[in-house]
Design a protein around this ligand. Structure first.
Ligand SMILES: [Zn+2]
Length: 486
């Protein structure tokens, strides 16, 4: 049976194979760090780790190329450790088992680690090859990207000399990324003392489910329903027309996922029960009418539950419901200079209300730092009006696209020459290390590109074999055509 070491370009696949033999789940960086340092030193190159644990390897310019701008080749050393339920695998001790399936390389029951192992392997191939032409190179292999971009955050300004950075962590060959979104976690909360339900009230639980959800950045422009935003429409009407009182609410479970499910418990006078259940049915039909083209049927049902001891005080309930109703959600603005690309968005991700506390968690994203601030301030204003405390945490910078970037022009030309077609130029509405590194190291001219991968971060992760040669040839040609120093 053919192994991946027989694939072309052989040097890239050979190094990738070596990487699969070294455990490197995020948070477990010792063996891979030692391996990369040994590799660099073995080639006689300056190799070291910075304070936070990123590996840096310097390779001097080849003869005649000393007058080119310095290039930083960047990839991350860690991988997402995911396996199928029936796969026995210890990510801290066991090698990844790869196999070839048609045009794809896959792993047996686990993530493959092509994200970003193929980026690291390409860097190793460039560092090793004595026949290439390039200016001064610095490899920056960051640690723990997948769990919080800790290596990128920890990189100190002044560590690197390069003026251009090629990030090798994108997932579609033929696409050049020139920008990414930054993010900010917005959390609004309030504490209250529960009050007793009125005599003669009954309690109903309403359950909304069956939504598609999706990635809160990459899929925010798909017009999909947000479970919390649908539920608030029902709740506001139930409070206004049927004297419903909010007991509890739970919707969504991850900040970076569009919420697919939400449920709430309300109390109402017993005589209004039937009308409330008709409102549930009315909303279910309405939501399916509005989203029928996008969502498979949305299910919204109500059922009688035991009367709870406490509920939300009326004023708090009204304020919080109004704020949830009013807050910005979804795409706020597209990028004026890049067609069809989201610039600024928010995801009303997680709501938990009940037992004396209400918590609302939103993820705000933008490739423009000032627009991100505009959005987070508008969210802050909205929830502050409801008397809630608003915290902004976990902020990271976006990478604002520069359509006049010199390396972008060089790479577009080079791609056209090699492959006869223009590469697509895109901005990703999610975080990349470029955003963080670019915010730390002033004036870097950056591009992100890579071979074609599918389903990264899952045991279905696979790498498209023909894209790896194209990616590597393009990288080599880019280095050869690096712009001159000013
Ligand atoms: Zn990655």
């Amino acid at each position: 049976m053919k192994t991946i070491q027989s694939l072309a370009p052989q040097k890239v696949w050979n190094h990738f194979h070596s990487l699969t033999q070294i455990p490197r789940p995020s948070g477990f960086m010792k063996p891979i760090t030692a391996f990369l340092l040994d590799f660099g030193k073995g080639l006689g190159l300056e190799s070291f780790t910075d304070e936070v644990g990123n590996v840096i390897i310097r390779k001097p310019a080849t003869p005649g190329m000393e007058n080119r701008k310095g290039v930083i080749l960047q990839a991350h050393m860690d991988m997402v450790p995911q396996k199928n339920n029936d796969t026995v695998h210890n990510f801290e001790t066991d090698p990844i088992e790869t196999y070839i399936d048609g045009d794809w390389v896959k792993a047996k029951g686990t993530t493959l680690g092509a994200d970003d192992g193929l980026g690291v392997a390409a860097i190793m191939a460039v560092l090793e090859d004595q026949t290439l032409k390039h200016g001064p190179l610095e490899a920056l292999i960051t640690k723990d990207e997948e769990t919080g971009m800790y290596g990128a955050f920890g990189l100190k300004p002044g560590t690197l000399n390069g003026e251009i950075m090629l990030n090798l962590d994108s997932e579609d060959e033929g696409e050049l990324y020139i920008g990414c979104a930054g993010g900010m976690d917005v959390t609004a909360s309030i504490e209250y003392k529960e009050v007793e339900p009125e005599g003669g009230d009954i309690a109903v639980k309403v359950i909304l489910k069956g939504l598609r959800g999706g990635h809160s950045g990459l899929e925010i422009n798909q017009g999909r329903a947000n479970a919390n935003k649908l539920l608030v429409r029902f709740l506001r009407e139930a409070v206004a027309s049927y004297e419903a009182r909010l007991v509890s609410w739970e919707g969504g479970n991850m900040r970076n996922a569009i919420p697919r499910e939400a449920h709430a418990v309300v109390t109402i006078p017993a005589e209004n029960e039937e009308e409330l259940l008709s409102l549930v049915k009315y909303c279910e039909d309405l939501f399916n009418e509005e989203f029928g083209a996008i969502e498979t049927p949305i299910s919204f049902k109500g059922e009688r539950v035991e009367l709870p001891k406490g509920e939300t005080p009326e004023e708090i309930q009204d304020n919080v419901i109004d704020a949830i109703f009013a807050c910005q959600n979804g795409v706020m603005r597209m990028i004026p200079s890049v067609p069809d690309t989201v610039e600024t968005s928010s995801n009303l991700a997680i709501i938990t209300i009940g037992g004396g506390k209400a918590d609302i968690k939103i993820l705000a994203r933008s490739s423009s730092d000032s627009m991100k601030e505009y959005l987070t301030t508008s969210l802050e204003s909205c929830f502050a009006m409801a008397g809630m405390k608003v915290e902004l945490t976990g902020g990271y910078s976006g990478w604002q696209p520069d359509v006049n970037s010199p390396i972008l022009h060089a790479m577009k030309e080079s791609y056209k020459q090699q492959f006869g077609v223009e590469p697509a130029v895109k901005v990703i509405h999610a975080g990349l290390e470029c955003g963080i590194i670019g915010a730390n190291v002033a004036g870097l001219d950056m591009i992100s590109f890579g071979p074609t991968l599918r389903s990264p971060h899952s045991p279905d992760e696979r790498a498209y074999i023909p894209s790896v040669s194209k990616f590597y040839d393009f990288l080599v040609a880019t280095l050869e055509q690096t712009p001159l120093k000013k």
